[in-house]
Ligand binder design. Structure first.
Ligand SMILES: [Zn+2]
Length: 490
């Protein structure tokens, strides 16, 4: 079964396939603007794209997927931040790039194969604008900026179907007078390809055939995807907020410049809400990873955030709550114990060494659900159903479980190493697994929190949790590299 994914342009499910002779699937994902920490709404999109990347690699092979995600390191927001802090632009964007990378690593999001920056691709952007000027798709206005002439591209609006709506409203309302507020473009729907240097830009300007200035935001993705993936790519993704005008403009620029289809497939993930409301600074619900770290204290585990962000279908709005982190924590606790039990008692299936064992079909439902339009709720449902129903202890089940975790990008702490030699016979193994699985989720959650606190050297919290567990009838046996839970001796 091929991966089926909704295409925002054709508005239907379509199979994902590579189109180039080398068989490499070309995947472009719009990245962050590096002027502040990304919030969990941004990270929902990046987690969705990370699962997509992992699924593509499973489907086509790790060396047959090329993933490019850009960094916007020059625009109004980055320049304003640098000016406010009286620091060089590059220093500010470097700081927030490093923060973004650290947050991505905490959430176990794979780095893209290429992570190009807008300032590192000025020449490529100028070259594209030059072609658009020569072809008559762009013009230089009286203010010295270069604009894309939207009326020169018939298919403009196909992605967002905006032509029937905003464009008409916008033109009717404003025409020239509104446009003059901000710039000198001919039509309100035209957008900047090159912005003439303004005083506020400071030193952040580059030479071009149209004078000193800087690229408009949209052109960077067209130029960088062309450079690193070619003129036609297999998949372009981003949050739904980028669909218009950003992606609409990318299509217009790329297709007018290159004369071929830009992306064969478009995919957009929906907004994250917090407590059912849109995230905003004024509501104080614009959480970053560090905000959640502060709220959760020493028990903070970024995998809980990842799992909480994966709760809903990526094409539906998801309401995030602090409670959803705690539910994720319990769920991870039960996965952890299942994993430990499986690792401890999985017997090699036959005489083959581990490397030649193939995964069983135990967790195929997880992969199949993901291949069906990234259906996260179904995939997670399958994961937990299969762990509950698993009575098997074979090594191929272990491999199947590990594969499912890998595609979901869930890093499960494990305190058990795979045994070298045969353990006790089958019957007692199964009984022990049942025993381990019989530990209530609430207990494993407390034990997990205690272990995390201990690792964080927060011994007061760890001790309090140990006492709480003892009160509930469970004792913890610590080892050098982990712990186990046992019913407390009466
Ligand atoms: Zn973009």
């Amino acid at each position: 079964m091929a991966i089926q994914l909704f295409d925002s342009l054709e508005r239907k499910l379509k199979p994902l396939t590579p189109s180039h002779a080398d068989g490499v699937f070309r995947f472009y994902n719009c990245g962050p603007t590096v002027y502040a920490p990304a919030h969990i709404g941004n990270f929902r999109t990046f987690v969705v794209n990370d699962v997509l990347r992992r699924l593509l690699e499973l489907e086509f092979g790790a060396d047959k997927v090329k993933h490019v995600r850009n960094l916007t390191d020059v625009d109004d927001k980055t320049i304003r931040r640098a000016r406010e802090e009286n620091r060089p632009l590059a220093e500010v964007t470097q700081q927030w790039t490093e923060k973004f990378h650290a947050d991505c690593a905490a959430l176990n999001c794979l780095p893209p194969h290429v992570e190009p920056t807008a300032t590192g691709h000025i020449r490529e952007q100028v070259d594209m604008i030059d072609v658009l000027m020569k072809k008559g798709n762009a013009y230089r206005a009286a203010d010295g900026s270069v604009y894309f002439k939207v009326s020169s591209f018939d298919r403009y609006g196909a992605l967002s179907r905006v032509k029937e709506r905003e464009l008409q409203i916008g033109s009717a309302l404003s025409g020239k007078s509104h446009a003059a507020d901000a710039d000198e473009k001919e039509d309100v729907s035209d957008f900047a390809l090159w912005k003439a240097h303004k005083l506020d830009d400071g030193d952040n300007a580059w030479e071009s055939p149209w004078g000193r200035g800087r690229p408009g935001w949209h052109i960077e993705c067209s130029a960088m995807s062309k450079k690193h993936l070619g003129e036609t790519i297999d998949l372009h993704t981003g949050g739904v907020d980028l669909l218009f005008p950003h992606h609409e403009n990318e299509i217009a620029q790329s297709e007018c410049c290159n004369g071929v289809q830009f992306s064969r497939h478009w995919y957009h993930s929906e907004h994250l809400l917090v407590d059912g409301k849109k995230m905003s600074k004024s509501l104080g619900n614009l959480y970053t990873l560090d905000d959640l770290r502060k709220i959760e204290g020493p028990v903070f585990n970024p995998m809980e955030i990842r799992l909480a962000l994966m709760q809903g279908h990526p094409r539906k709005q998801l309401s995030f709550t602090i409670h959803s982190i705690h539910s994720a924590s319990e769920a991870l606790g039960s996965l952890c114990h299942f994993y430990d039990a499986l690792k401890t008692f999985a017997k090699p299936s036959g005489p083959n060494p581990r490397s030649t064992t193939t995964p069983s079909r135990q967790f195929d439902g997880v992969i199949d659900s993901l291949k069906s339009d990234l259906n996260f709720p179904a995939a997670l449902g399958e994961l937990f159903r299969a762990t509950r129903e698993s009575g098997n202890t074979s090594e191929s089940d272990l491999l199947a479980f590990e594969r499912a975790l890998r595609v979901l990008g869930l890093k499960i702490p494990s305190y058990v190493n795979l045994p070298d030699d045969d353990l006790a016979e089958d019957v007692s193994q199964r009984m022990t697994i049942q025993k381990i699985n019989a530990i209530p989720a609430a207990i494993t959650t407390l034990a997990e929190k205690r272990w995390t606190a201990k690792l964080a050297k927060d011994f007061a919290t760890a001790d309090a949790l140990r006492k709480e567990l003892a009160g509930l009838g469970w004792s913890i046996l610590d080892r050098k590299d982990g712990y186990s839970l046992e019913p407390a001796k009466k």
